[in-house]
Ligand binder design. Structure first.
Ligand code: IPM
Ligand code: MN
Length: 367
């Protein structure tokens, strides 16, 4: 299979973790005889520095012309004082919007080997497997009007949703639930917000088309608590943009570290894959960032865009194998006799494990 992938390393630890995801993709290409072409472009702070914009035209054009986008992270404290539209983050938001990638899938899995890494009790997190489906191109992030009054003493944003926006992301979530454990929790704040009442109405309507899926509605504040006390009680969590942003960082506690989480933004002209974590400027350039979120994002790319299920599973199995062998990056705490490795070494370990799995598979097919 031939695949054109635009690589957007971005800022902070973005380039380091993206390099490891690319390394793993190259191993997959070699081992399975695929041809992946990578085109690297600046975005975020790197875009501002190299081309005067957080989303340079040439970067956007390259993304829209490719089969998939793999992004590292954006954000830099250097731009802290600036208006939202001039910050590195604006580049990522503009890309999501231009791509039309309205559904953001964020799987949160507690691996058996890293249950010990969560600050929550092991018996609470063990076996957790939640898929957060976050609406990505609407809500407070994009609603108009927005701004700051001239006197600087008041500012405003708009939470706006249309039935069409809710319905299309709800469908993605119901389809996902159908392929999993047939349970969907729709999260809103319908006791306070009009947008949430609309959300609930539309989700309930779509639910009638999926009678096999058990649906519950939950307020976001309650959900934040239940996710920590009973994560196994969740299968698919469907929610709007800002709630999903907050809940997914919180849910990282279940996986042991924010560095573990991957995401796929789908439904538009081109799919965007990125780890859930940010640019973490405080640890950038030190070879200590966890590349597993980026690598798991590459696995999602193989599954959703390339439809290479076997390859995706091999990457995921390689990650599990490396963790089971006791290797950890510094963010994964706990456990005696664990071997702490750097970003590049973790990437190399996963890559070698992928090659080994592929070899075994080829040997098996040869006999
Ligand atoms: C995320 C990030 C982004 C978001 C930022 C960098 C704009 O936090 O992908 O979760 O808020 O969506
Ligand atoms: Mn976030």
């Amino acid at each position: 299979m031939r695949l054109n992938i635009t690589i957007l390393p971005g800022d902070g630890v973005g380039p380091e973790v993206t390099a490891e995801a690319v390394r793993v993709l190259c191993t997959v290409a070699d081992a399975y005889g695929h041809e992946f072409a990578f085109d690297e472009r600046p975005v975020g702070g790197a875009g501002i520095e190299q081309a005067g914009s957080p989303l340079p035209r040439a970067t956007l054009d390259a993304c829209l012309a490719s089969d998939a986008v793999l992004l590292g992270a954006v954000g830099s404290s250097q731009y802290d004082g600036l208006a939202a539209s001039l910050r590195p983050e604006a580049g990522l938001l503009a890309l999501r919007s231009a791509a039309g990638a309205f559904a953001n899938l964020r799987p949160v899995v507690c691996h058996e080997a890293t249950a010990e890494c969560s600050p929550l009790r092991e018996e609470v997190v063990r076996g957790s497997d939640v898929l957060i489906v976050r609406e990505l191109t609407g809500g407070l992030y994009f609603g108009e009007p927005r701004g700051t009054e001239e006197d600087g003493a008041s500012a405003f944003n708009t939470m706006r949703y249309t039935d069409v926006e809710v319905e299309r992301v709800a469908r993605v979530a119901f389809e996902a639930a159908r392929g999993r454990r047939n349970k969907l929790t729709s999260v809103d704040k319908a006791n306070v917000l009009e947008t949430s009442r609309l959300w609930r109405e539309v989700v309930s309507r779509v639910a009638r088309e999926y009678p096999e899926v058990a649906v519950e509605h939950m307020y976001v504040d309650a959900c934040a608590m239940h996710l920590m006390t009973n994560p196994r009680g969740f299968d698919v969590v469907l929610t709007e943009n800002l709630f999903g942003d907050i809940l997914s960082d919180e849910a990282a506690v279940i996986a042991g570290s924010l560095g573990m989480l991957a995401s796929a933004s789908v439904g538009g002209h081109v799919d965007i894959y990125e780890p859930v974590h940010g640019s973490a400027p405080d640890i950038a350039g030190r070879d200590i960032a966890n590349p597993l979120g980026a690598i798991a994002s590459a696995a999602l790319l193989l599954r959703h865009t390339a439809r290479l299920e076997q390859e995706a599973q091999d990457v995921e199995a390689a990650v599990r194998g490396v963790l089971e062998a006791g290797y950890r990056t510094a963010d994964l705490r706990g456990g005696k006799g664990r071997c702490i490795v750097g970003t590049a070494e973790m990437g190399a370990l996963v890559s070698d494990a992928v090659a080994e799995l592929a070899d075994m598979r080829h040997a098996y097919h040869a006999v």
